[in-house]
Design a protein around this ligand. Structure first.
Ligand code: PGA
Length: 251
């Protein structure tokens, strides 16, 4: 019913030649995959060359962030029009590194989400609790706030994706167990149902992110409310990323 989405977040990795090499390998390894969506989100400098490599393939392109204005005096920023221009169809917004290293607020992220949608990009809204929030029993409260604030004013006729990424599992090698992740995914789907109705909630993809690897992908992706993965470290090698894409195949 919900088509899986396996997304690679390359973060601040890969020069242009490295990006081209990675995507060339990846497209070969995933050429036979047509029953799920594959997405790569390279750094801004590699978007255009990667898009050229992706032409005619089943792999979509996304940005890792953007500003909400179309153009203007915003030094160092990238606009939704620019992302569309280089062939992006998705954009990751509110990643925990944006929230916690660069101080992005729910309000700023919400503006970005609305602007992305207005410009025909599908936002991937990232949410997730920090370790101290989990330990003090605040996971649901934090996730609920991030989802509701991030989607404030969102027109549910448009598509969006949520990525649940517990901050303590990102880049640490520590993954949430499938059961723990499923619990939060189920909770997020309830919030979406409250916001937009059951039908929209059932259609919307909720990805899991945080140290997803070929070894743990299957357990996570087989959970009923986990509709894909947002993969950081393991997306930097074609071999490991393609194994996650093909998590349920014997090869
Ligand atoms: P990781 O990153 O897979 O390296 O933990 C995931 C993410 O931050 O999106």
């Amino acid at each position: 019913m919900r088509r899986l989405l396996i997304a690679g977040n390359w973060k601040m990795h890969k020069t242009v030649p490295e990006a081209i090499e990675l995507v060339r390998e990846l497209k070969e390894l995933t050429a036979d995959v047509d029953d799920r969506d594959i997405l790569v989100c390279p750094p801004f400098t590699a978007l255009y060359p990667v898009r050229r490599e992706l032409e005619g393939t089943n792999i979509a392109l996304g940005g890792q962030n953007m500003f909400y204005e179309e153009q203007g005096a915003f030094t160092g920023e990238i606009s939704p029009i620019m992302l569309k221009d280089v062939g992006c169809s998705y954009v990751i917004l509110g990643h925990s590194e944006r929230r916690h290293i660069f101080g992005e607020t729910d309000d700023l992220i919400n503006r970005k989400v609305l602007s992305a949608t207005e410009h025909g990009l599908t936002p991937i809204l990232c949410v997730g609790e920090k370790i101290e929030e989990r330990e003090s029993g605040e996971t649901e409260k934090v996730v609920e706030r991030q989802v509701k604030e991030g989607l404030r004013g969102f027109n549910p006729e448009n598509e969006f994706v949520i990525a649940y990424e517990p901050v303590w599992a990102i880049g640490t090698g520590e993954t949430a167990t499938p059961e723990l992740a499923q619990e939060v995914h189920g909770f997020i789907r309830e919030i979406l149902s409250e916001l937009f109705g059951k039908e929209k909630a059932e259609k919307t993809r909720i990805l899991y992110g945080g140290s997803v690897k070929p070894e743990n992908a299957k357990g996570l992706l087989e959970m009923p409310d986990i509709d894909g993965a947002l993969v950081g470290g393991a997306s930097l090698k074609a071999e490991s990323f393609s194994k996650i894409v093909k998590f349920d195949r014997e090869e």
